[in-house]
Each structure stands twice: as structure tokens, then as C-alpha cells.
Design a protein around this ligand. Structure first.
Ligand SMILES: *Cc1c(COP(=O)(O)O)cnc(C)c1O
Length: 225
């Protein structure tokens, strides 16, 4: 399946006019596919699997900004730290501890988003709604203990329910935006600026609800097998 350049150019114009960033999700796609979008000016690409990301990163231009959008295991953190632009799916504090530890060892500041579970499905990763209520306080406490000095928490990430129900999707994204605004007020010194929500099927709703960064794969690269 070929890269849909027309869809890309239209999408990027639409997103730019609203000041929304685009992560082109290239999981399962080839380095040639990635290069086709890169040559049109796309610099941000997202991958879900560490091994696949490392393979591609070696072969592609150094100025690509790699986003890790999958579920990250603690024993893989050290492989990403040297080059990753943004880790989207941080969903527990032990993982944040490990990122901080590896970032310190490598002498890097690693940028992260906290993933919050907003969907009705039980299978999706993320801090639960109950945990989310406490997120600001917990982060505040850890930072007072001088934890996370090698991490920059840039914002939140979430995935809506797999559903045709637009009202449900809208309300889930809306909740994430409310949480983001609330955390930004409570942790104002963090100056969080990134709300990663929206995929091929729901990005329009996500943008209307306040997304600053969408993660789009199949619309650009064709369906995955
Ligand atoms: C695969 C994936 C996407 C992109 O999904 P599409 O429906 O292909 O746009 C976005 N975010 C995450 C976390 C993904 O795993």
C-alpha cells in the first residue's frame, strides 16, 4: 500500500491552521514509506515497538523526531533514552522512575507524556480515572523529593473508546482536556504544552476538544495488516 501524499498535504494544512502538531504513525511500515513523507517535510514519526523503532532509526535521517507511542517496558527504556524526542505512554510511576534513572545516567533530559485511561474498554493502558485525580499531588510530592529532575513532563496522552459513538468519544477527549487544564493550574511551573489525542478515525473530534498533537497512521500509510 502506497503512502497517500494527497491526504498528508491536506491534513498538514488543516492541522497547521489550528496549530496542532502531527505524529505520523509508521508502525509496521517500511523505511521507504517513512522517507516519502519525510521528503514532503514531515519530521515527527511515531512507533509502538522498541525493536522496530531502533531498526528504523539506524537507517533514517538524524533530524527525524521519534515519538514512542506504545506501551513501554522498563527494561527497554535505556534503548530509547539516547535519542527519543517524546515518550507518549508513561502510565505508572515505576516507569517514570526508570526513565529518570536512565536519563540521568545518559546525561539527557527526557520529555514524557502521562497516559490516562479515558476509554470504556478495560484493555487500554494508562493511569486510571481514580489515579488521575491524584496525579498532580503525586507529581508534586515526588518533585519536592527531587525526583524526576531528568524528566520533563510535557502533558497528557489518551485514546478514546473504539466506538462509532461520537458523543462518547467527544466526552472522553473533553475529560482529558479538563484534567490537562486542571493539572496545568496545579503544577503551573511545569508549563505543560502537549495534549496528545486523536488518531485517523477520531482526530477531528480530538482537535475540536483541544488536542495539540494528533497521532495518525492508516490515513497516511494505508491500512495495516
Ligand atoms: C497505531 C496507533 C495510532 C495510529 O492509529 P491509526 O488509526 O492508524 O491512525 C495512534 N496512537 C497509538 C497509540 C497507536 O498505537
Amino acid at each position: 500500500m502506497a503512502v497517500n501524499k494527497e491526504a498528508y498535504l491536506q491534513l498538514i494544512t488543516e492541522l497547521k491552521s489550528r496549530n496542532v502538531g502531527l505524529v505520523a504513525v509508521s508502525k509496521t511500515k517500511t523505511v521507504q514509506d517513512i522517507l516519502e513523507l519525510y521528503e514532503l517535510g514531515q519530521k515527527d514519526f511515531g512507533e509502538n515497538y522498541v525493536q522496530e523503532l531502533l531498526e528504523k532509526q539506524k537507517q533514517l535521517p538524524d533530524d527525524i523526531r521519534w515519538h514512542f507511542i506504545g506501551h513501554l517496558q522498563r527494561n527497554k527504556v535505556k534503548f530509547l533514552v539516547p535519542f527519543i524526542h517524546l515518550i507518549h505512554g508513561v502510565d505508572n510511576f515505576r516507569l517514570l522512575d526508570e526513565i529518570d534513572h536512565q536519563a540521568k545516567k545518559a546525561g539527557h533530559l527526557v520529555h514524557c507524556l502521562l497516559q490516562v485511561h479515558i476509554a470504556v474498554e478495560a484493555t487500554k493502558f494508562g493511569f486510571s480515572p481514580e489515579e488521575s485525580v491524584q496525579l498532580s499531588e503525586t507529581i508534586q510530592k515526588y518533585r519536592q523529593m527531587k525526583k524526576y529532575e531528568n524528566i520533563r513532563i510535557r502533558g497528557l496522552m489518551g485514546m478514546s473508546s473504539f466506538s462509532e459513538n461520537e458523543d462518547l468519544i467527544r466526552s472522553e477527549f473533553g475529560k482529558l482536556t479538563l484534567l490537562f487544564n486542571d493539572m496545568n493550574a496545579k503544577l503551573s511551573d511545569l508549563k505543560m504544552d502537549t495534549l496528545s489525542m486523536g488518531m485517523s478515525n477520531d482526530y477531528k473530534i480530538a482537535v475540536e476538544e483541544g488536542s495539540t498533537l494528533v497521532r495518525i497512521g492508516s490515513m497516511l500509510f494505508g491500512a495495516r495488516v
